[in-house]
Structures are given as structure tokens and as C-alpha cells.
Design a protein around this ligand. Structure first.
Ligand code: ADP
Length: 588
């Protein structure tokens, strides 16, 4: 007779303690496991490190152990997993800890491996041997409780056969879809093969599906529902996305770079600080630095190593597989301390003591940023996310997105609604990321509100983001950064302008109001500061050149870099004239 959910739950608690050696279930795990034991499909959304895998492992074991399992009657959970390395890791962990028997079905496994799995699942035609089975035969035929498969292989004829046979013998316990956001184009890791999962939901309607992800935007959840054919009755369990042990900080490359090499030196200082602190506390420490361009990975890694002696290595998709695997292995076992990487690095990384994740280039979306920074602090100890923002990076992303959209348009030959939609979305995502960097407010709250969570920063952040620690300082830093990037831009415009104009006379434009931008104009109408978001600073000179302050005030000449220094030290009396520089800034 079928056991009741209550008695299965009791069994699950027992297995949790005896086999997993864990004291108790987290609240959301309990709900999800109860659902799975009741044979229901569900969406389980939890932050990285929230414990998603237990949600499908534990019910599989709890139900499995009600049977006198043999290869022929064991029930199997099929886990769809996006990365081969990740699935091998999970299977090895389960086997090592003696938790359960699991196997992988992927393109890196040979036909022989697959035949062996089929035998262990007892879905091959039996070839009874007359001889009594030896001990090793028994080991070989240990039933498989959990079978990991890549989405690419799920629909292959051979795997279909496996599924069909298991199904007709009523031996499919559940499908667990790991990283389910990969099925959504709204997610940050879209994988077309995940779309094949529709086939599963249609073919095995009586087998429950658990879709697990760490991404919770409404669009992604909708896509999960429609791809997997989930009706409204299928619950979506949403955990908190808060990662209380990660501190959030933004630094501004543009202001730092008013000194030569300023931002890079700052980065090196941060890295060093992290490792020195960990060493003092005798704790292991690993770090990740995310960079946009492949070529920057190597140069940053070299600079970090040269200045600090801390071993850093590059990781990006342009390296050979063997080189990448080698770096990842060395980083995981501590021989390399810092991975300087593109976003190719990270999915499925389960290193507990990543103490810091630095974004040298911002992510293209908050979604991506959350996942990447979330690789820090899986062990629950204090960790840091540091993002180096520059207006230039944001503009480059916007430019690239537009360029790609243009290319796509040319390919389709005309204006395509889908391209436009994708473009809008990508631009919105960049905007969201920029707002994280330049909008004053609690960083933790900003990230969580993106996932629809409302928090009271006073209660939840508890001074763990730079804004909650010192709002005034952050507001000033944001303004100084605006100013610095404006000066850099105006320097660029100036040099361009100088090429064309031989005569440069500037005069005060009396028609411009004090509150407007571009108070000063050149004779030839070259709008100074108008596009740069600055008022009153005649910062149209190169760093090495003198610039004139507004003649209406006491001023004289000074270097662009000194203006910036002054700007910072004058504490940004926003909107007020103070005799020197007017601090009114505007985003144009
Ligand atoms: P996710 O897949 O959600 O990122 P994992 O399933 O890898 O997270 O679990 C992250 C860590 O949390 C693992 O080390 C796991 O052992 C631990 N964990 C999971 N559930 C619990 C629990 N109920 N109590 C304590 N630790 C847990």
C-alpha cells in the first residue's frame, strides 16, 4: 500500500539526519519535499546555496527506501542538468558520501557507460546467466536512484527508450529540472536544448516535475510554466533572495582614474586586503574577478600577480578546454587564488570559501550580476561583492547591444519585431544595472526589489552595503564619478574639436540661465559642457592643460585633475553656487 505523505515525511527527516547528517530542513525545503512526496509538480526558487538539490534528492531517497529496491523495481529521478562538470561533481559527491546511487548520461560518457547504465536500470533485455552472480556483479547492478542527463541528450532515441521503459514499468519517480531558468530567453543563460523539456511534460503527464532555479523574475517563471505545461495549480515556492553574508559595494573607475592607473591600483589593493585578512584569520580564501574582454583577463591576472605575489590566472572561452579545466581545478584546490574571468566561468561552481567577487566590468543585467556575485560566500561566512562602475563600460554595452540588433536586422532583411523587443529588453537590463551603480539607496534592497522582494533595509541590510554604511559618502562618490566622466568626455570632445578649429575663443553665454547647462560656449558654437552634464566648469582641456573657471567668479586656471580633486573635496553642494564651481549635474 502507498505510504502516506506524513509517514514519508517522517522517513525523510530520519534520512536527513542519518544520511545527509543535517539537523533540520529549511522552511522552503520542507514545503517542496512535502509536495514531491505527494507526487506534485512544482517550481522551487531559491537563492544560490539555498539547498535546492536536497529538495529532489531527499524525496527520491525517502520514497525509494519504501521499496525493497533492486535494479528492476527501483524508482528513478531524472535530473536535467546544464553542465557535464556539474553533474559529474554532484554524482561523485553523492556516491562519496554514500548518500545514494547516481549516474550521468551525457555526451562525455561512452556508449559502454551508457550500456552499463541501462543494465543497472534494468531496461536492457535481460540476459539471464546461469552462473550464480558474483560479488562484483552485484555491485555492477546496484540500482540507480538518480540519473543525471544533459538537456541535449534527453530527446535522443536511446534516452527516450530508457524513459519509456522506466515509465511503462511505473518506475519514473520524478523529473528534476536544475537551473530551469535556462529554458527562458529572459534568463541570463538561455539554452535552446531546454526547450525540449516540453516533450517530457507532454509524454509523461503523470510524472511530477520539479523545476529548480535561482532566478525569479515574472517572465522567467511564466516561461517555465508554459514550457513545462504547468497550469495554475502548480505551486511556485519562492524563497528569499537575500544573501545576508554578502556585502555590496560599488566603486567608480572614472573618479579613481583621475590618478594614473588609479582604478587598477585600487583593485589590486582590494584583492590584497582580502587575502591578507583571510590569512590572518587562517581561513581559506578564493576570489573571482569578472571582466568583459578576454584580453583583459590575462593582463589583469599578470598585474595582480606582479604587484602582490598572489597567484591569479585568466579564464575565458578563448582558451583551450584543457587550459580552462586546469585553471578551474587549481582554483578549486587553492593553488590559484584568483580567477580573472569572463562570465564563461562560474556556472555550477560550488567552492564554499569564495570570499569576494569583483566585477571589473559591470554585468549586462542585474540578473547576471546577482548570479555572479552570488558565487561568493556559499559557506555562510562574510564575503564581499565589489563592482567597479564606469560610464564608459555602460555606453560600450549599449553600443554593442545596438550593433548586434542592427546586425540581426540586416540578417532578417527588415525591421523585425522580435529584434526590437530583444533590443528593448537588453537596453532595459543595462539600465537596471547602471541604476544599481548610480542611484543612491540600499544596494541589497535594490537587488532584492528586482526579484520582487520588499525589504526594510534597516532591518535586513544592517549596514552591509556601502550605502547603508555611509549614504553621504556614496552620494558624493556618485557625483564625483559623474563629474569625472564628464571631464574625461569633454577632454575627448576638446581634442576632437581642436583638430578642426584653429581659433578658440570662449565667451559667456548670457542667455543661458544659471540652472542650465552649457553656460559657456565657444565662438563657433562648440557646446562646452552641454552634453557633459556639467554646469560652470570650463573643463574643456586635456589633463595636462590649463582650464579656465568661469570668469564671472574668481577663478584663474587650473588643471582638469585639480578641478576634480576640488570638486570632491568641496563636498558637492548640489545645486548651489559656492563661488568656485557650481555642482549642478544633470544626466543628459
Ligand atoms: P543550491 O543548489 O540551491 O545552490 P545546494 O543544494 O548546493 O544549493 O546546497 C548548498 C549548501 O547548503 C550545501 O552545502 C548543502 O549541504 C547545504 N544545505 C542544504 N540544505 C541544508 C539544510 N537543511 N541545513 C543545512 N545545510 C543545508
Amino acid at each position: 500500500p502507498a505510504a502516506s505523505v506524513e509517514s514519508l515525511m517522517e522517513r525523510a527527516s530520519h534520512i536527513l539526519q542519518s544520511t545527509f547528517k543535517l539537523k533540520s530542513l529549511r522552511p522552503l525545503q520542507k514545503t517542496a519535499i512535502q509536495g514531491a512526496l505527494g507526487g506534485n509538480s512544482q517550481i522551487v526558487i531559491m537563492a544560490t546555496g539555498g539547498g535546492k538539490s536536497l529538495c529532489y534528492q531527499l524525496p527520491t531517497l525517502a520514497c525509494g527506501s519504501t521499496y525493497n529496491q533492486t535494479a528492476r523495481n527501483s524508482r528513478v529521478t531524472i535530473v536535467v542538468c546544464p553542465l557535464i562538470a556539474l553533474m559529474i561533481d554532484q554524482v561523485n559527491n553523492l556516491m562519496k558520501k554514500g548518500v545514494m546511487t547516481a549516474a550521468c548520461w551525457s555526451s562525455s560518457h561512452s556508449a559502454k557507460d551508457k550500456a552499463h547504465i541501462m543494465k543497472r536500470l534494468s531496461v536492457e533485455k535481460e540476459k539471464p546467466t546461469k552462473k550464480a552472480s558474483t560479488k562484483s556483479d552485484n555491485v555492477e547492478l546496484t540500482p540507480i536512484q538518480m540519473l543525471y542527463v544533459t538537456p541535449e541528450l534527453i530527446e535522443t532515441q536511446r534516452f527516450r527508450d530508457v524513459l519509456m521503459k522506466l515509465h511503462s514499468a511505473n518506475r519514473l519517480f520524478m523529473f528534476a529540472i536544475d537551473e530551469a531558468h535556462c529554458l527562458s530567453t529572459w534568463g541570463h543563460d538561455f539554452r535552446p536544448a531546454y526547450r525540449k523539456l516540453t516533450w517530457i511534460s507532454e509524454s509523461f503527464q503523470d510524472v511530477p516535475i520539479m523545476a529548480c532555479t535561482g532566478t525569479a523574475t515574472a517572465q522567467v517563471i511564466n516561461d517555465i510554466r508554459s514550457t513545462l505545461g504547468f497550469g495554475n495549480e502548480v505551486p511556485c515556492h519562492l524563497g528569499t533572495f537575500n544573501r545576508p553574508n554578502i556585502g555590496y559595494k560599488v566603486k567608480y573607475k572614472d573618479s579613481l582614474n583621475t590618478e594614473p592607473q588609479g582604478a587598477i591600483n585600487d583593485l589590486i589593493k582590494e584583492v590584497k586586503k582580502q587575502h591578507v585578512t583571510a590569512e590572518k584569520a587562517k581561513q581559506p580564501c578564493a576570489g573571482i574577478i569578472y571582466v568583459h574582454k578576454r584580453e583583459d583577463c590575462q593582463s589583469l591576472a599578470t598585474q595582480i600577480y606582479k604587484s602582490t605575489g598572489i597567484l591569479a590566472a585568466a579564464y575565458h572561452a578563448g582558451l583551450k578546454d584543457a587550459e580552462r579545466d586546469d585553471t578551474q581545478r587549481k582554483w578549486c584546490d587553492g593553488r590559484i587564488k584568483v580567477a580573472v574571468a569572463t562570465v564563461a566561468f562560474g556556472m555550477g561552481i560550488d567552492l564554499p570559501h569564495v570570499r569576494y567577487v569583483i566585477h571589473w566590468t559591470m554585468s549586462k543585467s542585474l540578473e547576471g550580476f546577482y548570479q555572479e556575485s552570488g558565487r561568493a560566500g556559499r559557506d555562510g561566512f562574510p564575503s564581499e561583492s565589489i563592482l567597479y562602475y564606469s560610464k564608459d563600460d555602460a555606453s560600450k554595452f549599449t553600443f554593442l547591444v545596438n550593433k548586434n540588433a542592427e546586425k540581426a536586422r540586416q540578417k532578417t532583411g527588415q525591421r523585425d519585431g522580435k529584434v526590437a523587443q530583444k533590443l528593448d529588453r537588453a537596453l532595459l537590463e543595462i539600465e537596471g544595472m547602471v541604476d544599481y551603480c548610480v542611484k543612491p539607496g540600499c544596494k541589497r534592497q535594490y537587488v532584492l526589489s528586482h526579484f520582487g522582494e520588499k525589504i526594510d533595509p534597516k532591518k535586513l541590510c544592517q549596514k552591509t552595503c556601502d550605502y547603508c554604511i555611509n549614504p553621504r559618502k556614496v552620494e558624493m562618490a556618485i557625483q564625483a564619478s559623474e563629474c569625472a566622466s564628464a571631464v574625461v568626455n569633454s577632454q575627448k570632445s576638446w581634442h576632437a574639436h581642436r583638430k578642426n578649429a584653429s581659433e578658440k575663443k570662449y565667451h559667456h553665454n548670457p542667455t543661458a540661465s544659471d540652472e542650465s547647462l552649457g553656460e559657456y560656449e565657444s565662438d563657433d558654437g562648440f557646446g562646452m559642457g552641454r552634453d557633459e552634464g556639467l554646469l560652470g566648469i570650463t573643463s574643456y582641456a586635456g589633463d595636462d592643460e590649463m582650464i579656465q573657471e568661469p570668469p564671472a567668479r574668481k577663478g584663474g586656471f587650473m588643471k582638469a585633475s585639480s578641478v576634480l580633486k576640488k570638486y570632491e573635496t568641496l563636498e558637492c553642494q548640489q545645486g548651489k553656487r559656492n563661488g568656485f564651481i557650481n555642482f549642478k549635474t544633470r544626466t543628459v
